[in-house]
Every structure is written in structure tokens, then in C-alpha cells.
Design a protein around this ligand. Sequence first.
Ligand SMILES: O=CC(=O)O
Length: 339
Amino acid sequence: MNHQPTPQTGKEKNPNLKKISGITMESIGVLMTCPMHKYLEQQLETHFNLFRLWHCNSSITEFLKTHQGNTIRAVVGDTNIGADAELIASFPNLEIVASYSVGLDKIDLRKCEEKGIRVANTPDVLTDDVADLAIGLILGVLRRICASDEYVRIGKWKDADFGLATKFSGKSVGIVGLGRIGTAIAKRAEAFGCSISYFSRSQKPFANYKFYSNIIDLATSCQILIVACALTEETHHIIDREVIDALGPKGILINIGRGAHVDETELVSALLEGRLGGAGLDVYENEPEVPEELLGLGNVVLQPHVGSDTVETSDAMADLVISNLMAHFSNKPLLTPVI
Ligand SMILES: O=CC(=O)O
């Protein structure tokens, strides 16, 4: 989730952000945990007193050698570095963690709750992009888009036709987690004529899709299994050997959730042994490390955790982070509260 600067200069206060009169925020200490989106950094710098943890070797101990811990009243983290127990304990005046992500797995929510620290994330604005990428990964794997692109580029087409791929339209799609993103994926897959089923903690009354209360049954019944749930203690390694074997040698696994949803060792061996048909992955257990074995496999499409990384969505996420911080420091309700 490293972003290139977008065309804005970012020097001006964004006119789209609500003006909160009478409140000076420039003295409020905000700590950014790692480089994210340049526009977000510029906006934070414009509106607040911004500190960058990576300027101190990403070490809180280093940071505290040169800065007062009590200066920091807000933390902006992301999917790489959020707010763990050590960070929360280091800043006694911390009031809010505003995450530049929808996922909350890098935030110690229990500690935040205990200490009365508010938490906000960036849901909704990124739903379309992540759902689009899930469909892109399915098409990438089934229609072998990356391999056929390379085939053209290296001139192999002149020697022979590329060969056949696999049809997507009409396949059965199973979704793990029918939240905002899972639902957006379901809608897109429906448009491809796919039958949709899902697994989640409870049946969703709004959904007209077949519900499975057991993930093995879902994996057995579908051809494409998509992981779209939040990473929690319960969903860690939810895709284990049993689920992978239930999906089977013709099944495709798509992961746009978190790497730790999948037992990566089991995934790699299933792909190498032909017990799984293919995989489309945006996330990995040890990012940015990707298992070496996957790099040589033609039935796998790999993305570098870029589900929400478009200019439009990244700007919208940044605006939401700033708006949440401004709302908090002007005693207004958070726009997207978690705690
Ligand atoms: O992975 C992306 C996010 O959580 O926003």
C-alpha cells in the first residue's frame, strides 16, 4: 500500500473538507506511522502538527528520544503499521486512531476500548475498487490474462496460438464474508451469470444468495471461492487444508482480504501438488514477502496488496481520515466510527 504522489499540490486546505470555524488544529500532534498516500500526508501537514514515525527509523523508542510522547493526540496508521499495544502505551494523550484502511487488524482494538481511544476507518469509499479487483483476479486466473499478455509481448504468438483458457461466466461463486465488499463482489459476479452462495457468522436477511453455515460445505459447492471477510482471531487461517481440499483441483481461490486468512503453506503445497486449480492473490501472510514457489506458477495471479489503490479511492480515503480527525477535535460525531 505505498502510493505515488497524485497530481494535487496538497498545499491548500481541501475545500471539500468541512470548514470547522473557530477551532485551531495546527497545534494538535498527529503521528503518521508510515508513508501512505502523499496527498494524505500533505493534508495532515496542512491541518495539523504532523510527525512521521519513519523519520525515526519507524521506532517508537527512537521517536521518544527526540519528541515528547504527550504531544501526540492522534495516530494515522494503515495496513502496514497501525496502532499496537506498544504504540498505544507510548502516547498517554492519544485520543484517536484514524486508520487509512478499512481493515482493523493492525489496531489493538481492545486496548483502545480500555483506554477510551476512538477509532475510525475508511469503509465504503473503497468497496468498488476492491470488488473490481476481485473480479479482475478471477478473470486473470481463468482467462490467463497475464500469461497471454506475456505471450504476445515476447513474440510467441508468431509461432503458435496461445491455447485455451477457462470460462468465467456462469460459474458458481462462493463468498466468505458477505459484508460491504462481499456484497459488491456478489453483485458483480451476478452480472456474469454466476450463482452466488456465501458463508458468514450469520445468515443475512437482505441477501438472496444461498447461505452456508459451514465453510467446508461452501467450498465443496462452489468453483470459485473468494475471501472477503475481516481478519479476526476467528477468521485467522479460515482457509486451511480442509477448505482447500474441499474446493479441489478445479477450484480457484481468490483472496482480497488479508494474507493471514489463508494458511499459506497449505495453499502453496496444494497448488504445487495440483490439489487446487489456481489462485488470485492480493494479500500474503508476510507482506511484502511472497512465497518463492508461487512465482513460478502459471495458474496463479499475484498483486501487491493494491485492492483500493486507485487515485480516486486513495484521495477519498485520505479525505475521510482528515474529516474524522477534524470531527473528533471539534467534538462532532465521527463519520465512520469503529469505537
Ligand atoms: O487492505 C486494505 C484496507 O484495509 O483498506
